[in-house]
Design a protein around this ligand. Structure first.
Ligand code: CTP
Length: 407
């Protein structure tokens, strides 16, 4: 049993996804966890304290000023007595309150008082998840060390609505909890914070069209997951992808290059950063507010301007992590271009790959890479992207311990 004796404080938030918490409790207890439930007032609209109490076999906490407990400062005790706090579902409002440090109910007070890791499972309408205010909350919370699982893409409770916003499934939440609580604390990257970018970016042309590329996020997500398994605290800044967040990472979801840069900067400081994202180099100068229509003037001429280079900004910036790793996606003169990028972008290591048509790398599952650093070039055989990730994480751990040995 992977969670034997681990004390989990489960804060059930308001939202239709709250019903999944009943299954979550069952899954956590099957694995040996001791679950203490807390319900927000809104949660009681969706599940009853009676069902939650019956499933956990424990008392359900709900009021900030509980007559029985407040004499020993109940919320502080609840916050301290857990190995992990799980917040599910985490609504947009709850995330905004957490980001602002508002503790005006028991859940808020616990989240403010706790020093134990917090795992949040957001669930909301896709439009709310995409809203800049929620993006800001998510970036702030990730920088504060809150881990996220989900949300996933899919159908929403509202009929006909689809997109990113569905709460992660109970078993995904359990896997994320196990990843946080399992003894990877002894891993080679324990105590290190690593930022990873992954996926493409989408640069809007008008409300329905965008500039993008074929990146699937597979390589970046595999690296983020492998870093977490090696014990690192990982902030994954991901463009739009169809993949779930890897277990045990704090994921920040963005769409554009500018949002990606802002999220990376909000996540610093870090010990290492790995820039895997296929960031769109250009965006349109003016995003049309309305859908562009066909007209007598013929096709529109899109004026493009350059996006910020995230790797170069961080690699040459004042808050540069000790180890900076970039990727180079090339279709010709691989080593020449990778060598130039190493110097120009301030990277310690460039993982160069040939993405020519026919290699199947972009969007595929396998990759053949060459590692370019000041020390020379190292060729790796063709590997599954997950194997590339494992090997790269071992390389990162080795280089980081040379550059910045732990006391
Ligand atoms: N990168 C970035 N921000 C950008 C462009 C690229 O952070 N706006 C990062 C990528 O994540 C990758 C590295 O820079 O780690 C190289 O990306 P690549 O697309 O190969 O190179 P470009 O800088 O776009 O150069 P070019 O288009 O000339 O190949």
């Amino acid at each position: 049993m992977t969670l034997t004796g681990r004390r989990i404080l489960l804060i059930v938030g308001g939202g239709i996804a709250a019903y999944k918490c009943l299954d979550l409790v069952r899954r956590l207890r099957e694995r040996g966890a001791v679950v203490t439930p807390v319900m927000t007032p809104d949660a009681a609209e969706f599940v009853t304290p009676l069902s939650l109490g019956a499933l956990t076999g424990a008392r359900v906490y709900g009021e900030l000023f509980d007559r029985d407990d407040e004499h020993d400062v109940g919320h502080i005790r609840l916050a301290r007595e857990a190995d992990l706090v799980i917040l599910a579902p985490a609504s947009a409002t709850r995330m905004a309150k957490m980001a602002a440090g508002i503790g005006d109910d028991l859940a808020g007070a616990i989240l403010l008082a706790t020093a134990t890791p917090v795992l949040a499972a957001p669930a909301m309408n896709p439009a709310m998840w995409r809203h800049p205010a929620t993006r800001r909350s998510a970036a702030t919370l990730a920088a504060d060390g809150i881990r996220f699982v989900g949300p996933n893409r899919g159908e929403m409770a509202e009929r006909g609505e689809a997109g990113e916003g569905r709460m992660a499934e109970p078993l995904e939440i359990v896997a994320a909890a196990e990843a946080i609580l399992s003894p990877v604390a002894a891993g080679p990257l324990a105590g290190r914070h690593v930022v990873v970018t992954s996926g493409p970016t989408h640069e809007p042309i008008d409300p329905v069209r965008y500039i993008a590329n074929r990146s699937s996020g597979r390589q970046g997500h595999a690296i983020a997951g492998a870093l977490a398994r090696a014990g690192a605290r990982v902030t994954l800044v991901s463009g739009p992808v169809a993949l779930p967040d890897p277990a045990g990472v704090s994921a920040v979801h963005v769409e554009t290059a500018r949002q990606m840069l802002a999220a990376v900067e909000a996540a610093l400081p870090a010990d290492a950063a790995v820039f895997v994202a296929a960031v769109a180099d250009w965006r349109t100068q003016d995003e049309a507010g309305q859908k562009m229509k066909k007209g007598a003037d013929g096709p529109p001429h899109l004026a493009l301007i350059e996006n910020p280079d995230i790797l170069r900004t961080v690699g040459t910036g004042a808050r540069r992590p000790a180890l900076v790793v970039g990727f180079a996606a090339e279709t010709s003169d691989l080593l020449v271009h990778a060598g130039r990028k190493l110097a120009a972008k301030g990277a310690d290591l460039i993982v160069a790959n040939d993405v020519s048509e026919g290699t199947g790398v972009m969007g595929g599952t396998r990759n053949t890479v060459r590692l370019v650093s000041a020390g020379g070039v190292e060729d790796w055989p063709e590997l599954d992207k997950r194997e590339v990730a494992e090997r790269l994480v071992a390389e990162i751990a080795r280089r980081l311990s040379e550059k910045d040995p732990r006391p």
